[in-house]
Design a protein around this ligand. Sequence first.
Ligand code: GLN
Length: 251
Amino acid sequence: HEGLWEHRTEGPARGRLRVLQLYPRDMNIYGDWGNTLVLVRRAQWHGYDVELVSYDPGDELPGDVHLVVGGGGQDSGQSRIKDDLLARAAELSAWASDGVPMLVICGLYQLFGHRFATGTGTVIPGIGVIDAETVAGPGRLIGNITLDTDDLGRVVGYENHSGLTTLGPGARPFGRVLSGDGNNGTDSTEGGRVHHLIGTYLHGSLLPKNPVVADWLLARAVEHSGGRWDPAPIDDTWADRARAVAMSRPR
Ligand code: GLN
């Protein structure tokens, strides 16, 4: 498989994780791949070996996946992957209900919901893992964003989307918007959570600036692999500085 990378930790491993990156060819924008790099590197620092597998349309979907990451994309990228995503809907939603942790951002967050009606009137069907639906608004929601979450503290990031997302009763928001727009700019919600899945509009700066979110995903992945989450202390000075700068920036 050409989209497979092995990353070994130093010394004896506490476990082994298989991370799947969904659609990196078409859905990887504003540094989304950086989230994957953070997950791999922190897993190694915590003492876990990582096998990173990429999945593009038509590839074989691997088994025994412990963590799924998917990025954003333009409407055209979403149109290119939509048929393949629908063909994988049953497997992906079974994984989600089984507790596989997932991080899906922007374009894939939208398509993990019920549908995305684009600005040109096309409706791109989603796989309905998240009870949410998205309709393109008249402009784009762009800029730095800060949220408060119930269990992961204050989260900072960057958003850039036309879609306005509304959550249904089956999803809870990822966070409450302190500054920025979030799901739709009107109801103060950002993102959607269900099972161990986080859907969000916050892009590739999400995990580098929010190590707590990265470690939450890794902890769920280790548990799903049958291992015990036994994190090592990590010096997060640089992440903390990046967070502080991001929070001090005007929109
Ligand atoms: N195309 C979608 C929108 O504009 C998603 C954008 C993105 O992933 N950045 O809403």
